[in-house]
Design a protein around this ligand. Structure first.
Ligand SMILES: [Zn+2]
Length: 441
């Protein structure tokens, strides 16, 4: 039983501004907000939040929680704990599990698991294969269809433009793409004199491969009038192209590791721990991504939390798998960026909460507004701490941001009105619900 709660005097943040308000939560929902001391409500409990910031819970639209099939890397319980600790109250998980999420029954199985084990709200992408086209047109409560245009972890590769075309033709949902052109990757692998080091990763997965796939997907989205969300943008070329394209059918995402790290300097020490697809590129690309986020050419940030064990990641290149954990460090890294006056807290709420809700048509979440679900994060902007992999909730036990000093940290996370995380500890019970997605595209 959640009862009612009055959160008093927090700095309430939206993309539009920040103001001190009282927030009254009754059961699962935000009932009413108002100036301090003005709400005529009788609350079961009150929480003095003066000096703290209240943000809408983050909607992380790109995670790999590895269940079913790879539970030694992560599962829905541990992944969602990491989410809650990082201020993430809703996640959308990717279909490259084992079995992959490609049939309605796979989707149902995952949702049943999440209903039991997830500490935060959830939903799941369905993966496209050359063999499940009829499923893609079915009405389903999902954020979208995931298409891997370039090979990555798992076996959901779509490298035939004709199949891609059919996917765009029949899909009744938003299409999210991993955009790297497989033919280019394969050709590079064959033609280049490879060194067997991490440098190969950048030489194989070129900006040209990314741009080629992004623009092919965009062409089809525009032709078939389907919504396209380009995942983890990494290149200055794609940013420049998107800026002039300005299509209402196309949105995009950037990931923390691509804006907080750059090659070669920033990843040298990390070696294969920094192996991700698409790769972490040079500072020139990194700066272009920040600029695109600030200008609105890129609308959202998501973690692409893709954990592997440290032992797996320490295998030599190229055997070390691609991907790194990130769901728990995304918001703290952005808070640190706020302290450095690079960005504002209002922008963070826009990129991590409001825009994902808008793009994926998430019902009743992503804002602190009357009638919305009480998915809330209370942030102490003055706490200084050091990111340490062993202290994080993810099973990975490591992070690319090991030793980074950051200022600002979620101190309480509420999911549907229930506090599930408080000062470093999980409290209460898994309270996640299936996130409702608005009508078909
Ligand atoms: Zn991913």
């Amino acid at each position: 039983v959640t009862g009612s709660l009055l959160i008093e005097g927090a700095q309430v943040v939206s993309s539009q501004g920040t103001r001190i308000q009282d927030v009254f939560v009754d059961g699962q929902r935000i009932q009413v907000l108002g100036d301090p001391g003005t709400l005529q409500v009788r609350a079961d409990r009150t929480l003095d939040a003066r000096g703290l910031y209240l943000l809408p819970g983050v909607i992380d639209a790109h995670v790999h929680f590895r269940q079913p099939g790879y539970e030694w890397k992560e599962d829905l319980a541990s992944g969602s704990r990491a989410a809650a600790a990082g201020g993430v109250t809703t996640f959308f998980d990717m279909p490259n599990t084992s079995p992959p999420t490609v049939h309605l029954s796979d989707l149902r199985d995952k949702k049943e698991l999440a209903a039991k084990h997830s500490w935060v709200n959830y939903n799941f992408f369905l993966g496209a294969t050359p063999h499940n086209l009829p499923v893609l047109s079915e009405p389903m409560n999902i954020p979208g269809i995931k298409v891997f245009m370039g090979s990555s972890t798992g076996d959901l590769l779509i490298d035939d433009p004709q199949v891609l075309r059919q996917i765009f033709m029949v899909s009744a949902h938003l299409i999210a793409v991993h955009a790297e052109d497989e033919a280019t990757l394969v050709a590079n692998q064959k033609q280049l004199k490879l060194t067997g080091t991490m440098e190969d990763h950048l030489r194989i997965r070129t900006p040209e491969a990314a741009l080629k796939a992004s623009s092919l997907a965009a062409e089809m989205a525009i032709h078939f009038k389907k919504r396209l969300h380009i995942l983890h943008l990494t290149t200055a070329q794609e940013v420049a192209w998107l800026k002039q394209l300005k299509s209402p059918w196309i949105t995009s995402e950037v990931c923390p590791h691509h804006v907080f790290l750059s090659a070669p300097k920033g990843v040298a020490r990390l070696n294969t721990l920094a192996k991700v697809n698409p790769p972490i590129r040079s500072e020139e690309h990194q700066m272009a991504l920040w600029a695109a986020l600030k200008s609105g050419t890129i609308q959202t940030m998501a973690s692409d939390h893709a954990p592997h064990t440290r032992a797996e990641k320490e295998r030599p290149y190229p055997e070390a798998p691609s991907g790194m954990p990130g769901v728990e460090t995304m918001l703290p890294l952005m808070l640190q960026q706020v302290h450095q006056n690079e960005i504002s807290l209002n922008q963070v709420v826009g990129w991590l909460c409001e825009k994902p809700a808008e793009i994926f048509r998430v019902q009743g979440r992503g804002k602190i507004q009357e009638g919305y679900q009480a998915d809330l994060v209370l942030v102490d902007m003055e706490t200084e701490w050091v990111i340490q992999g062993t202290q994080l909730q993810s099973k990975a036990g490591w992070t690319a941001f090991e030793g980074w000093k950051v200022k600002g940290r979620p101190v309480m996370t509420f999911v549907n009105g229930t506090c599930v995380y408080r000062n470093g500890t999980m409290v209460s019970m898994p309270a996640g619900q299936e996130a409702r997605i608005g009508g078909p595209s």
